[in-house]
Design a protein around this ligand. Structure first.
Ligand code: TNX
Length: 525
């Protein structure tokens, strides 16, 4: 922190008592254009937000005013003289906005409620990170034009290996919204646990939900359908889409504990790892599950996994029914069986009027590119990214390095993954995506966006979860939102210092990249 910033707290909001010369505007992710016009606006605890011009933005305003409650007491409603005015009009795109801070008021203009919400989130950061005098907040007059670089700005949380629960997920959604991240990919099923209630197959949750990674005898933990609805609604109020993942045909051991009749067996290291690819009943069962999923999640996409099937498909080779399926369908090897399975389930997803998302293995299964989105995760296989592009898939970039947040972020960290020594420090996250990725320029239109994945084999509690997500989430947001030409790591770090204060205020145990020693590594397993 530069020395002229003395920190203090007002009504629960961290801010800076900055010196006169501090007229900076600090927003993460950095907007497209910020022009300061001189002078400042004073807001105080009685400031009002005027939204009567358009009731469609009611949710966006409500979330904003609730968020500001700790600091400013902004009251939504029809006020004669409004301090913050929101205007809906054409020309700002699906997610863009214009914020104009004048001496007497702020005007947020947008073409969609989502854009208005993002304008308010920028304003929220300006309020949090601006100079204060008593109960007055001085916001520099300015004009901010903004829209995102990528439409898919995702974060994935694996709650199958370890379960964190509603409150932690809501906090994560809050923090995603603050950073204008808009897709929460929820990894709800894996070998260690099945975390979502399915009415037609209740044992999935009550039997499959038992235990956690390395703790098979741990308590049963899952989300009820009511809880799922609550979280989906909470996300929607923050303009976040939740894309659920039901992993198949591998990573299915938890489901197979509940309904062993659909197991396709496993390997020594990965017992009961797969669904059975040759039983008609498997497809009916999984389609029923996806139907319930589609009723719970309004997202246009459902993630089917499709990764690492070879970890545990050995028994397919000797299974009598798989053998006869191979003969009948002329499938020459187990890769062909996997392809058959994925395409059957892709058809199910299509019949539910949804698009499938899958890990980059699905490229080899040649699912219809019109109905599938590929997540490129194997950073050691750039050729798979190229292949996805060449086969016309829309792609989300989430390579392990630097976007797997179960990888360590500092040389000194002991728990968590590395790849031949390499890890995922904040600078690499920030610099992503490099234009040297294969096909990056040629196929740029097929890149929907970027996503970080928080796998939790080594993350067993909230403290470590925080430590792995923060502050990399801030770097992720700028990587996803801000155009490459507008990114500047040094400047980001200056803004990040303020964001760290906000994390602290929220009780988040973040890693401090400025002083690694001040934030000892949270223990993993
Ligand atoms: C690979 S990413 C996996 C996950 C693990 C992760 C650990 C992917 C599609 N599969 O099952 O949790 O590595 O980093």
């Amino acid at each position: 922190m530069k020395k002229y910033f003395a920190l203090f707290l007002i009504a629960g909001v961290s801010c800076t008592n900055a010196a006169k010369e501090d007229r900076k505007i600090r927003i993460i992710p950095q907007p497209v254009s910020v022009v300061q016009t001189g002078g400042h606006l004073r807001l105080d605890t009685g400031s009002a937000v005027n939204y009567w011009t358009d009731p469609s933005i009611l949710t966006a305003v409500k979330v904003f005013t609730d968020e500001m409650k700790d600091g400013l007491h902004l009251s939504p409603g029809e006020h004669k003289s409004s301090d913050i005015e929101i205007i809906m009009k054409d020309g700002y795109g699906a997610e863009g906005y214009l914020v104009e801070v004048e001496r007497r008021k702020v005007i947020v203009s947008a073409s969609s409620p989502k854009g208005a919400f993002y304008g308010l989130q920028s304003l929220r950061q300006m309020i949090l990170f601006s100079e204060r005098k008593g109960n007055k907040i001085l916001i520099p007059c300015c004009k901010i034009e903004d829209y995102p670089e990528y439409e898919w700005r995702g974060l994935m949380l694996d709650e199958a290996r370890h379960f964190f629960g509603i409150e932690k997920v809501k906090q994560l959604l809050d923090m995603m919204a603050l950073h204008k991240l808009n897709v929460f990919h929820w990894h709800l099923t894996d070998a260690s646990g099945w975390r979502i209630e399915i009415k037609k197959y209740p044992l999935l949750a009550t039997v499959g939900g038992k235990g956690a990674h390395k703790d098979p005898d741990g308590p049963v933990k899952f989300y009820t359908t009511e809880q799922i609805k609550e979280i989906v609604a909470y996300a929607a109020e923050r303009f976040i889409t939740i894309v659920p993942e039901i992993d198949m045909p591998g990573h299915a051991a938890a489901a197979n504990r509940a309904y062993p009749e659909f197991s396709g067996g496993g390997s020594e290291a990965y017992p009961e790892f797969t669904f059975h690819p040759a039983k008609e009943g498997t497809y009916a069962y999984l389609t029923d599950i996806l139907r319930e999923i589609s009723e719970l999640f309004p997202a246009s996409d459902i993630h089917l996994g499709g990764d690492e099937v070879y970890f545990g498909n050995q028994q397919w080779a000797t299974d009598r029914q798989v053998q006869s399926l191979m003969k009948k369908m002329n499938l020459s090897d187990l890769k062909a069986v996997e392809k058959y399975f994925i395409n059957r389930m892709a058809d199910s997803v299509k019949s539910l009027q949804r698009k499938m998302v899958g890990w980059d293995e699905i490229v080899d299964s040649e699912v219809d590119h019109e109905n599938a989105i590929v997540m490129w995760w194997r950073h050691d296989k750039p050729e798979q990214l190229k292949k996805a592009f060449e086969n016309k898939y829309n792609v989300i970039l989430c390579p392990r390095i630097p976007l797997y947040f179960d990888f360590v972020q500092h040389e000194s960290h002991k728990w968590g993954r590395r790849w031949r020594g390499a890890f995922a420090n904040i600078e690499k996250v920030y610099a992503f995506p490099p234009d040297t990725l294969p096909g990056f320029n040629e196929f740029h239109d097929q890149i929907l966006g970027i996503q970080a994945n928080v796998w939790t084999e080594t993350i067993a509690d909230d403290r470590r979860l925080d430590f792995m997500i923060y502050p990399r989430i801030s770097a992720l947001s700028e990587a996803a939102w801000t155009n490459a030409g507008n990114k500047n790591y040094e400047d980001f770090l200056e803004r990040l210092k303020f964001m760290l204060l906000f994390y602290k205020e929220k009780g988040i145990y973040y890693f401090n990249p400025f002083e690694p020693g001040s934030s000892p590594e949270a223990k993993g397993i």
